[in-house]
Design a protein around this ligand. Structure first.
Ligand code: HEM
Length: 413
């Protein structure tokens, strides 16, 4: 955007809070978004960025928690910074709904994501993860994102929807092209493919809703006594597609970048695979990948700052989680060894999946996917490190931070 077209900072924004933080295009941000947010967080819990149409950047822990929980003030529609209205013709269900409407639709999905319901999916994740790792057993070098982090979560999606795993490759490509293709025509084409496939699947399940998969259940579900329309079914299935695939891929990419560049911690995990859950917790705290967006429904004061109805807010989760108890090396050890500090860190880590009414429905599934991968990569794959010369940059567009590629080499570093 040229300087002439940058919108003026609104009058209600105090000038001392204004920064120009382009969270998508600025190379300083994409080189190290966590470091940039850490530095901004030290300047104040709430700042205003004049980039990308103007938005509040919320970085203090209390303020992040309030923005997540006060859904009467912080609406989930439209999603994204800049707002992504128009990305989808209607509101995505349940993510972009608010209040009672949100609760009614979310309730339909909850039974599919509890610990018992996901057991068969976890089994297929374990099998698929082992298969993918066996697939690169003899390789000296892989792109971890292409060879593992993209295909794994596709298995979850297919199992949840009762689909044959033969479609896995097509789904993986569609998901990645939709959200990250450099050419917008490729993204649009993938979007059409996904919607076409889901619409046909919904029609098929309407004709014979006899499976125990999520779509068979949704076509029989009722909201306020009425069955869901085809559009509502599509809005839900599409949201699950984008919420469940790209997030896991991205979280895996940043976690494995850390392990590839911290050989001591990787060695410790290999010696003690039982420490995976604790280390994962700490890595989630250190590298949360989703900074959700909100729009103010009315004037409101947050962290002593007056905001106005219609303002856009970016919830800078990492600002809140990384400010905890010092130390951000992902080792899970702040040196204090005390339980209160560990509980404190764990509470902060859980913010990686959001908080309040919109907290991630797939949190248990996602944690299993991440844990299984860490355990198997440390027990069934040889030691790995970042390929020489590889300097992967973060992609911060599209509301999910992650790496588009992660070249790894095998063998003791
Ligand atoms: C590491 C992986 C994941 C991360 C970091 C993550 C993170 C998040 C976050 C932060 C939110 C809250 C967004 C907001 O407040 O606006 C969210 C919502 C959601 N997530 Fe996840 N997620 C992950 C994986 C998954 C998976 C595997 C699924 C399903 C298969 C899933 C389904 C959802 C759904 C349906 C919502 C919307 C909930 C609502 O609006 O009520 N997520 N996720």
């Amino acid at each position: 955007m040229s300087v002439d077209t940058v919108p003026p900072v609104p009058e209600h924004v105090p000038s001392e809070l204004v920064r120009h933080v382009d969270v998508i295009g600025d190379p300083t941000v994409t080189a190290d978004p966590y470091g940039v947010f850490d530095r901004l967080g030290a300047e104040g819990p709430v700042l205003y960025s004049s980039a990308l149409g103007g938005f509040w950047l919320v970085l203090g822990e209390a303020e992040v928690r309030e923005a997540f929980q006060r859904t009467d003030v912080f609406s989930s529609y439209p999603t994204g910074v800049p707002p992504m209205a128009g990305f989808w013709p209607r509101k995505l269900i349940p993510q972009e709904l608010d209040g009672d409407e949100h609760r009614r639709y979310r309730k339909l999905l909850i039974p599919f994501f509890g610990p018992a319901a996901i057991r068969p999916i976890v089994r297929s994740v374990e099998e698929r993860a082992a298969e993918l790792i066996a697939g690169f057993a003899d390789a000296e070098r892989i792109d971890f994102v292409e060879s593992f982090a993209k295909p794994l979560p596709t298995t979850v999606f297919l199992t949840l929807f009762g689909l044959p795993v033969e479609r896995a490759d097509a789904f993986t490509t569609w998901s990645s092209d939709l959200l990250h293709a450099a050419d917008p025509r490729v993204s649009a084409e993938s979007g059409r493919n996904i919607v076409g496939y889901l619409a046909e699947l919904i029609a098929r399940r309407r004709r014979s809703p006899d499976g125990d998969d999520l779509i068979s259940a949704l076509v029989q579900a009722r909201v306020d006594g009425e069955p869901l329309t085809d559009d509502e079914l599509l809005d839900t299935c599409f949201l699950l597609f984008i919420a469940g695939l790209d997030t896991v891929t991205s979280q895996l990419s940043v976690i494995f970048h850390h392990l590839a560049t911290h050989p001591d911690q990787q060695r410790a995990l290999r010696r003690d695979p039982d420490s995976v859950p604790a280390v994962l917790e700490e890595l989630l705290r250190t590298y949360p990948i989703v900074p959700p967006a909100r729009t103010l429904t009315r004037d409101h004061e947050l962290g002593g700052v007056r905001m106005k109805a219609g303002d856009t807010v970016l919830i800078g989760v990492s600002g809140a989680t990384r400010s905890r108890v010092g130390g951000d090396d992902g080792s899970g050890d702040d040196g204090s060894g005390d339980d209160a500090s560990r509980a404190d860190r764990s509470r902060a880590a859980s913010l990686a999946f959001g908080l309040g009414p919109h907290r991630c429905l797939g949190v248990h599934l996602a944690r299993h996917e991440l844990e299984i991968t860490m355990r198997l990569m440390c027990t069934q794959a040889p030691p790995f490190s970042l390929a020489p010369g590889a300097g992967p940059r973060m992609r911060t567009a599209g509301n999910v931070w992650g790496l588009d590629s992660l070249p790894l080499v095998f063998g003791d570093a």
